[in-house]
Design a binder for this molecule. Structure first.
Ligand SMILES: Cc1cc2nc3c(=O)[nH]c(=O)nc-3n(C[C@H](O)[C@H](O)[C@H](O)COP(=O)(O)OP(=O)(O)OC[C@H]3O[C@@H](n4cnc5c(N)ncnc54)[C@H](O)[C@@H]3O)c2cc1C
Ligand code: SF4
Length: 483
């Protein structure tokens, strides 16, 4: 156990976020540094419970009480070893994970939970600073060739596990850079890309080969892929976005979030001078109240939007857990992300009926109506219609699943009832040597699940290729978070 009285004597403390007016002037991460002494005290609040529910909350099964204790004892090197034992990329989860471990923390029953995510990022940052994150070159090569299609967190986790197991792994990515949504979806202010690049450097040194600008299913046929490699891991994500086919959708100035965010990320990383969808001086309306929507809000503010409004069809969630989401589940509550703290307005229980245009064919406003949820149907409240000015509208209403055209149709792989790639307990698809991991098989989800699935799929591939059972598989495809 860490500090036996820590949870009694220390209250939860998080690092401060940089002042809003300063952070809106750049794309850097929003948190200030956190003193090591403070961090150790936070780790010392861990009670090392007999049944650590945080393990259950974390899809990777991270050994949280162990590394909390090691952090409190200042044994940082052991701490990163225990952390890396279950998580290939703690710097991705330590910055981006919604931390279902914390909502499952036993201390959270009647007090504030341990700042688990903060301890996680501090351990891995320290390890990189000290030079402890070095390539792990496999001692023995199997001579087997594996192709991983897609370079998001699931593909990267599968690739790292399989390379370390001795296979020759090639990651094929249709974008011009590696990283999937970590590179071009998630903005720099949530996770700086230097975190991704230093991890990719480790993977390359371990022997993973990266090939960009290769659209599998177009540049390489699916059958060529199956024939050229002993096994294939599909990790192409759930990129098929949900649209809003209402009157006026054809007007100029209405874009999908994933049309808007990638060029903004390219500007932030210096690869592009100006985004074609710049929000500067405009009234921006973001339709969709989730993470993707919040990323559009933060990006619009950094581009200098005149106003930003985020719309959500659901009612405003409660401030605290409701009976429907008891501990240790991940509750639906009202959360204020760093992007929301930076300004803008959030409107709940509203629906867009129509986009209204000007004489040039550009969007000028949205026709909104308040809605009531009646038995799962959103019913307009009579007389509540109003116009909301907007010259830029961003659609952030989620994703329907993987893109079918190209790779999936070409392979002829079976889909499940939700339109994702179907798989068995070993993450194998309906095709003999083809496996699937991440959002492509699971549907739109989280980075922590993508990494967990990448690790599990790698275990399935390794067993298929060698007959052995050596790689850890944190989850089965049917596992769901406590929710
Ligand atoms: C804007 C946004 C913000 C998000 N923020 C968070 C967050 O803060 N925290 C969190 O936990 N989750 C977040 N998510 C969800 C998270 O990013 C995803 O769940 C996760 O990235 C899925 O990983 P993946 O590896 O399955 O797929 P992806 O990251 O989507 O990567 C798939 C890759 O496959 C490539 N690809 C697809 N088809 C082909 C092909 N035929 N040939 C070659 N390459 C191909 C794509 O170009 C892409 O690079 C966010 C999602 C979005 C859209
Ligand atoms: S990966 Fe997410 S759930 Fe797991 S310990 Fe880290 S923050 Fe918690």
């Amino acid at each position: 156990m860490a500090d036996p009285k820590g949870f009694l004597t220390t209250t939860r403390e998080e690092p401060k976020r940089r002042p809003v007016d300063l952070r809106l002037m750049d794309w850097r991460e929003v948190y200030e540094d956190f003193a090591t002494t403070k961090l150790q005290k936070q780790a010392g609040r861990c009670m090392d419970c007999g049944i650590p529910f945080c393990h259950q909350g974390c899809p990777l099964g991270n050994l949280i009480p162990e590394w909390n204790t090691l952090t409190w004892r200042e044994d940082w090197q052991q701490a990163i070893e225990r952390l890396h034992a279950t998580n290939n990329f703690p710097e991705f989860t330590g910055t981006l994970c919604p931390a279902p471990c914390e909502t499952a923390c036993v201390l959270g029953i009647n007090d504030d939970p341990v700042t688990i995510k903060r301890v996680e990022i501090s351990i891995v940052d320290r390890a990189f600073e000290e030079g402890w994150v070095t390539p792990q070159i496999p001692a023995v090569r199997t001579g087997k060739k594996v192709a991983v299609v897609g370079s998001g967190p699931s593909g990267l986790a599968a690739a790292q596990q399989l390379t370390r197991a001795g296979h020759s792994v090639v990651v094929l990515e249709r974008a011009d850079k590696i990283g999937g949504l970590l590179r071009y979806g998630i903005p720099e202010f949530k996770m700086e890309k230097s975190r991704l690049d230093r991890r990719l450097a480790q993977m390359e040194a371990e022997g993973t080969e990266f090939r960009t600008s290769v659209n599998v299913g177009v540049d390489i046929t699916a059958s060529e892929l199956q024939e050229s490699y002993d096994a294939v891991v599909l990790a192409g994500g759930a990129t098929d976005w949900r649209d809003l086919p209402i009157p006026g959708r054809e007007l100029a100035g209405i874009h999908q979030a994933m049309e808007f965010l990638p060029p903004a990320n390219r500007v932030a990383s210096g690869d592009l001078d100006a985004s074609p969808f710049d929000a500067s001086g405009l009234d921006v309306v973001v339709i969709g109240g989730g993470d993707t929507g919040a990323d559009c809000v933060g990006t619009s503010h950094r581009q200098g939007a005149r106003s930003v409004t985020q719309l959500e069809i659901m009612p405003k969630p409660p401030e605290a857990r409701s009976d429907a989401h008891p501990w240790p589940t991940y509750p639906m509550i009202y959360r204020v992300s760093s992007a929301h703290e930076e300004g803008g307005e959030r409107l709940y229980a509203v629906n867009t009926q129509e986009f209204l245009g000007d004489s040039d064919g550009r969007v000028r406003a949205l026709k909104l109506v308040e809605v009531r949820n009646e038995g799962g149907k959103f019913v307009p409240v009579p007389g509540s219609e109003k116009e909301l000015p907007a010259q830029l509208v961003l659609l952030a209403m989620g994703f329907l699943g993987p893109q079918k055209k190209g790779l999936i149709e070409d392979l002829g792989v079976e889909l499940d009832a939700r339109g994702n790639v179907a798989r068995d307990k070993a993450f194998k698809t309906s095709l003999d040597n083809v496996f699937v991991a991440g959002d492509m098989g699971r549907g739109q989800s989280l980075i922590v699940w993508a990494i967990a699935e990448g690790r599990s799929a790698a275990a399935g591939v390794d067993a298929y290729l060698t007959g052995r059972d050596v790689l850890p598989a944190p989850i089965a495809p049917t596992d769901r978070p406590i929710a």
